[in-house]
Design a protein around this ligand. Structure first.
Ligand SMILES: Nc1ncnc2c1ncn2[C@@H]1O[C@H](COP(=O)(O)OP(=O)(O)OP(=O)(O)O)[C@@H](O)[C@H]1O
Ligand SMILES: [Mg+2]
Length: 258
């Protein structure tokens, strides 16, 4: 008898989502094994952020299910869902920090508001996370608007990891950053995922970042996963969508509406 297959850390099964009559996701299946890092690539507007929002429970699919550790998130009661959501961390596209809160309050937000960690301890843990992502400690008492884009991404990363999640989601972690800062962020992501022994799901259209942080890459196009494989093999594929995307060609099966 063959051994049972391990339960994936995350599984999207038959997920569909339509906005204004346009089907953004069309029966998408994605599974990620525990401890693996999957990167989802795809052109702008193809539903990458929507996929992530559905995976973390910020958006409900029209059809399909999301399993975390084998539990159907779409079926769970609110309290149960919160328990599972407590084990995930997310870095949003554009960092999405609260402007009116100081940096440490942003990082400690969940510790204080969801985990009911005492304020003093939450502040200490936030400052520790801020230092771990390479920011000076005095940044803790500044406001997000006083920081550069790269520093804001670091704060977003500190916020994502502060509660020691076992699955991390990154939406465009390097978009809008210069190549050097991007590489620093890639290194930090790799370091934190390794330190926490996490599963990671990232979205990017930065191929350098995808190759660095992904064990595997999946490409989303036209509401479907059109290719998936080990990050190392992406340059060997003859898939026309992947070829056009990674080579940044204007001509091919992907048409640009912009
Ligand atoms: N809440 C919403 N209401 C209506 N339409 C939405 C909503 N969220 C996303 N969409 C639409 O769904 C499509 C996919 O959006 P999404 O943000 O997932 O794209 P993306 O692949 O992340 O693109 P980008 O690379 O530019 O971030 C877009 O056409 C967008 O306008
Ligand atoms: Mg997006």
């Amino acid at each position: 008898m063959s051994a049972p297959l391990p339960i994936p850390k995350l599984e999207l099964r038959g997920v569909s989502k339509t906005f204004g009559g346009r089907k953004i996701l069309d029966c998408v299946d994605i599974s990620v094994e525990r401890g693996r890092s999957l990167v989802i690539i795809g052109a702008s507007g193809q539903g990458k952020s929507v996929t992530l929002k559905i995976a973390v429970g910020l958006m409900r699919p029209d059809k399909g299910q999301v399993f975390m550790d084998g539990e159907d998130m779409t079926e769970l009661r609110t309290a149960e869902r919160s328990r599972l959501h407590g084990r995930l961390g997310m870095l949003f596209q554009g960092a999405a920090l609260f402007d009116s809160l100081k940096v440490w309050q942003n990082v400690a937000f969940r510790l204080i508001n969801a985990d009911k960690v005492p304020r003093k301890e939450a502040r200490e843990r936030a400052i520790e996370a801020i230092a771990r992502v390479g920011l000076p400690r005095d940044v803790a008492d500044r406001f997000p608007s006083e920081l550069s884009g790269g520093m804001q991404k670091r704060v977003g990363l500190a916020r994502a990891v502060v509660a020691h999640p076992d699955i991390l989601f990154f939406d465009e972690p390097t978009t809008g950053l210069d190549p050097i800062t991007s590489d620093v962020i890639n290194d930090l992501i790799i370091e934190e995922v390794k330190r926490l022994g996490c599963t990671a799901v990232s979205i990017t259209h930065d191929m350098n970042s995808a190759r660095r942080i992904g064990d595997e890459i999946a490409m989303l196009h036209g509401g479907k996963i059109v290719w998936r494989g080990p990050a190392k093999t992406i340059d060997e594929t003859d898939n026309p969508y992947v070829l056009q995307f990674i080579n940044g060609r204007a001509h091919g099966p992907i048409t640009c509406d912009a």
